[in-house]
Write a protein that binds this ligand. Structure first.
Ligand SMILES: Cc1ncc(COP(=O)(O)O)c(C=O)c1O
Length: 390
């Protein structure tokens, strides 16, 4: 079989290799601590699972509209207007199987070959992969570790050209846990308006902010008409396997996205949308307890990492990731992640799995029990202490 040239430009996240290697070692009898996986370790709250059962029993087993069930689109618009202050109507909402299709379709609908996409890096690898797949040019923009991984605005200004078409933001941020301050969002809004850029704002971790606030750039003046807000249920409601996400965007783009949905997935599973309705309207106490637990684990991870010689970690303001600096260990990111897995049985991800700009860092997910986190940190400490002694 001969494949299209563009397939050579699509990558799958290197991080999945580490996860697979960890699983393989575990299957061979090794004790493995998983600090790699980017999904809540909690189960979906039971009232949401019951809502899916009830929806199946009630006959939500058929096709639905491509952009989502009208009542669900309305509920999302109402909820995001109330929770996040977004000026949106049901016609601005498109429901998809997970948040990833929104990212994919937003780029598919707007980018031409040769367009430049500005991506603060390190970043979730899908952004660059899809942009390259579509023939666009990825322009990485550095983040400033010393300022909580804020966007380097001066560097961004220098990288804007007449071919710049899109800026992708992600706050709270995977892999660093950084949250963009309001002042940065205001500066970014001004830049994108002046240069007529589309903004893709991935806010999938907006429900997990541990310090301060993480407003949506779409709430700033003149931004709602140029922004695609990407969000979903995977992280906030511990629903990764259900595949339920959505985007909030200008209506003309929503119509194109509905056409892309129609031609690819037909629609998002209707009983899953009903479960999503229950998630938004039901009691939020389990969600709040989960976020509180992540916050407590964050303390364990940051303190544990900072007690290890050669490692430094500032407290991540959101999501459930820590992105410690490991240059002081004398090892490069991939070497360290590799050796921690093989020798200590701890899965972490090299910062370079999120772009070359991630060198000198590891990503640790603290979506694991405090007990496992303590064990994982103890193993990392032991491994590095032995290396220093050797
Ligand atoms: C930043 C970011 N955006 C989007 C996604 C994808 O979410 P979904 O499971 O809803 O497709 C992830 C998942 O890891 C993520 O980290």
């Amino acid at each position: 079989m001969r494949f299209a040239e563009r397939m050579g430009r699509l990558s799958t996240a290197a991080s999945f290799d580490m996860l697979a290697r960890g699983k393989a070692l575990e299957a061979a009898g090794r004790s493995i601590i998983h600090l790699g996986i980017g999904e809540p370790d909690f189960d979906t709250p039971s009232f949401i699972r019951r809502a899916a059962d009830a929806a199946l029993a009630a006959g939500y087993t058929h096709y639905g509209p491509a952009a989502g069930l009208p009542e669900f689109r309305k509920l999302i618009a109402d909820t995001w207007r109330a929770r996040r202050g977004l000026a949106c109507e049901p016609a601005n909402v498109v429901v998809t199987p997970g948040a990833k299709p929104i990212l994919f379709f937003a780029m598919l609908a707007t980018l031409e070959a040769g367009d430049e996409v500005l991506i603060p890096s390190p970043a979730f690898p899908t952004y660059a992969s899809v942009a390259q797949f579509l023939g666009a040019r990825v322009v990485p923009v550095p983040l400033v570790a010393e300022r909580g991984f804020d966007v380097d605005l001066a560097a961004l200004r220098q990288r804007i050209t007449p071919r710049s078409r899109m800026l992708i933001l992600n706050s709270p941020h995977n892999p660093t846990g950084g949250v963009l301050p309001r002042a940065t969002l205001e500066a970014l809004a001004e830049l994108t308006r002046r240069n007529d850029l589309i903004v893709v704002s991935d806010e999938i971790y907006a429900g997990m902010v541990h310090e301060g606030e993480s407003p949506s750039i779409a709430t700033l003046p003149g931004m709602v008409e140029r922004t695609v807000v990407v969000d979903g249920f995977s992280k906030t409601y511990a629903m990764t396997g259900w595949r339920l996400g959505f985007g909030i965007m200008p209506e003309p783009l929503a119509r194109h996205m509905a056409a892309l949905m129609n031609n690819s997935n037909s629609c998002t599973a209707t009983f899953v949308q009903k479960a999503g309705e229950a998630a938004l309207t039901g009691p939020q106490d389990e969600v709040m307890a989960m976020v509180a637990e992540f916050r407590a684990r964050r303390e364990v991870v940051v303190a544990g990492l900072n007690a290890i010689p050669g490692v430094h970690c500032s407290p991540p303001a959101g999501a459930f990731y820590a992105f410690p600096r490991i240059l002081g260990t004398g090892l490069r990111s991939e070497e360290l992640a590799d050796q921690l897995l093989e020798e200590s049985g701890v899965v972490t991800l090299p910062g370079t799995g999120f772009g070359a700009e991630g060198e000198g860092h590891l990503r640790l997910s603290y979506a694991n029990s405090r007990e496992n986190l303590r064990e994982g940190l103890a193993r990392i400490q032991e491994f590095l202490a032995a290396r220093v002694r050797a």
